[in-house]
Design a protein around this ligand. Structure first.
Ligand SMILES: Nc1ncnc2c1ncn2[C@@H]1O[C@H](COP(=O)(O)OP(=O)(O)O[C@H]2O[C@H](CO)[C@@H](O)[C@H](O)[C@H]2O)[C@@H](O)[C@H]1O
Length: 592
């Protein structure tokens, strides 16, 4: 068994350097010094959306002063960094740390992104590793012939499995706590009680992997850029600073925190701090206290807790979130889920990069799940055949002229499935067909069943997680509903546009950045957006879309076509990530 590079000796950091105060509170002096340094070095201001495209919005802007949306003259495309112009000609050893990676494990968009961004970065010449748990017996080989590579880790023993494809080293961490008969994070009895332990282990494993695993005869070594995705991986920057750098390892490495969803923060009782094996002085990096109105009795000691995501925010060298709009929203009290002040204090290091889509997986001309492949040149016929096939499969009337409306997503507060149900009585008075696919809150699942039972001729509420069905709906539908209350990026609207399906979306976060509202006067737009997020506003957008579908079919076809013409490939996002890695490497580590 091999000893951990930093954890083999619990006193590796030996209290050598403690910066918990600066990490947790991000004192002005430090922020200002780094901001000044950044602004001196870059010829253009970082907060300027137009100039560098990886846009951040002024921290002091309120929601009322909304950032420009996809429909503005500078559309979502122009909010991107033009990576090739800005790209630093360097290649990096990149290590993604994630709780989900498609196709092996996926409950949502995190899995999609971690399955498709790494190959896009590998294609640009970087050495890329993805470290994720081995939740099941995947069809992957042990890292070494014979016994799997095993190391001592956090008081237990873990193994590594490797699969190499698409230019990426997919590394799966093997530990008895990962495989479960239920879902990845929860089963029918609720969220697993040991998730804190499971993902702490993942973080340490990911920090050890580049040092210990010889892949193609060579380790990644300690000059890496870690991408820590969401709260599950947020201990990576904390350990990097508190244990590894302090112990003399990973001096050139940097950690980028990628926020896919700020709502989930990995919050645990304060007494569990000891379980992290961190020096006492680092408590401040994770310390959290809920205000009285948010306390739910779940945490003892007057709302005190340890908050893993806050640990990531306070120690990462840079922070990325998945759209420019969301980067701005999370700095406001309305969108910050309590983290807004921390994020404002790190605004100079926060960027929004719009997700792309995996065009091998989500491509109407090659999609294996759909009845008929099609492309922009024959999309009307192709979509009509897919519509007929889905109507037949779901025992709906096979009528080409009826608008088919889809909804795919988690049934929860974020995705606004309750707004869909709220619009159902109005919608069912129209000549439409509605097909919903989702799983989540028990009451919303019951709502879906109620809808199908009440309107059997017009509505289907498929409760479950079914990837082939999600592709079929995307290809068959004329309209896709996305009434999300908040949406960091959103992938379904991107898939929809690629398939010639017009999204109807709440104008928030990444939806606002990507769906250009249809404008009948100048013939622009790729869908319909609405705001505020109410059933009334939603119905009004639906009405407009249905009117266009029925009475202005040429305009509707043009909306579909413009959606299909958009470029949402990952390469663009990958070049923006490169730019950010370059910035991270230029600066001294944020926490040391
Ligand atoms: N019942 C079902 N059956 C089959 N497939 C289903 C399904 N329900 C959902 N899916 C699929 O899961 C994915 C969900 O993607 P979203 O972008 O909506 O992600 P999510 O909110 O999970 O992720 C977070 O991370 C992503 C990635 O950064 C952000 O885009 C997003 O805004 C943020 O909330 C899509 O591929 C969708 O088709």
């Amino acid at each position: 068994m091999v000893q951990l590079k930093a954890f083999g000796n619990a006193s590796a950091s030996g209290g050598k350097h403690v910066c918990h105060k600066s990490c947790s509170e991000a004192p002005r002096a430090l922020v200002c010094k780094q901001t000044l340094r950044r602004n001196r070095r870059t010829s253009k201001p970082l907060n300027s959306k137009a100039s560098d495209g990886v846009a951040t919005y002024p921290a002091d802007t309120r929601l009322a002063d909304r950032p420009p949306s996809a429909s503005d003259a500078s559309s979502a495309e122009s909010t991107h960094v033009h990576g090739d112009r800005d790209t630093i000609n360097a290649t990096y050893n990149i290590v993604f740390v994630t709780a989900e990676v498609a196709p092996w494990s996926k409950t949502g968009g995190l899995g999609d992104v971690c399955g498709s961004l790494p190959p896009a970065l590998a294609a640009r010449g970087h050495r890329v590793m993805v470290v994720a748990p081995r939740y099941a017996e995947y069809d992957v080989t042990p890292l070494e012939r014979g016994p799997t590579k095993r190391i001592a880790c956090h008081g237990t023993e873990i193994g590594f499995y490797l699969h190499q494809s698409k230019g990426v080293d997919w590394v799966f961490v093997d530990h008895p706590s990962y495989p479960r008969p239920g879902g990845i994070y929860a089963d029918q009895y609720g969220v697993y009680g040991d998730n804190q332990y499971r993902y702490t282990l993942l973080c340490i494993a990911a920090l050890e992997a580049p040092l210990q695993l010889e892949i193609n005869g060579k380790t990644y070594g300690d000059d890496c850029v870690f991408i820590a995705n969401d709260w599950h991986a947020s201990m990576v920057p904390v350990y990097l600073a508190a244990k590894y750098r302090a112990g003399g390892v990973y001096q050139s490495a940097r950690a980028v925190l990628a926020i896919h969803n700020l709502r989930h923060q990995g919050v645990f009782a304060p007494k569990t701090y000891g379980d992290y094996g961190l020096p006492e002085g680092w408590y401040g990096a994770l310390e959290w206290q809920y205000p009285p109105h948010q306390r739910q009795g779940a945490y003892e000691e007057e709302g005190r807790a340890v908050n893993t995501l806050k640990g990531g925010i306070s120690t990462a060298d840079r922070i990325v979130t998945v759209s420019p709009g969301y980067a701005w929203e999370i700095q406001t009290p309305e969108g910050g889920w309590g983290m807004e002040s921390m994020l404002c204090s790190r605004a100079y290091a926060l960027n929004g990069v719009l997700n792309g889509i995996d065009t091998q997986d989500w491509n109407p001309s090659t999609d294996k799940h759909i009845a008929k492949n099609y492309s922009i040149s024959n999309f009307s016929r192709g979509k009509a055949e897919n519509k007929a096939a889905l109507q037949k499969e779901l025992s709906l009337a096979e009528r080409p002229e009826v608008p088919l409306i889809g909804f795919i997503g988690r049934l929860d507060y974020q995705k606004g499935a309750d707004l869909v149900l709220g619009a159902v009585p109005w919608l069912m008075e129209q000549d439409v067909q509605l097909v919903c696919l989702g799983t989540g809150d028990v009451s919303l699942e019951s709502g879906m069943r109620w809808m199908e039972n009440t309107y059997p001729d017009k509505a289907r509420g498929w409760v479950g997680f079914n990837v082939p069905m999600s592709h079929k709906i995307t290809a068959a539908a004329d309209l896709l509903l996305m009434p999300s209350r908040f949406e960091p990026c959103g992938l379904n609207q991107l898939y929809a546009m690629a398939y010639g399906t017009a999204p109807i979306a709440h104008a928030t976060g990444g939806l606002r950045d990507t769906v250009i509202p249809f404008n009948p006067w100048d013939g622009t737009g790729t869908g319909w957006t609405f705001s505020p997020c109410t059933v009334e506003a939603f119905i009004s957008a639906l009405q407009n879309a249905l009117d266009t579908f029925r009475e202005h079919s040429d305009s509707f076809r043009a909306v579909q076509q413009r959606g299909m013409e958009r470029d949402f490939t990952w390469d663009k996002a990958a070049s923006q990530y490169e730019t950010i890695f370059g910035w991270a490497k230029m600066d001294a580590p944020y926490c040391k």
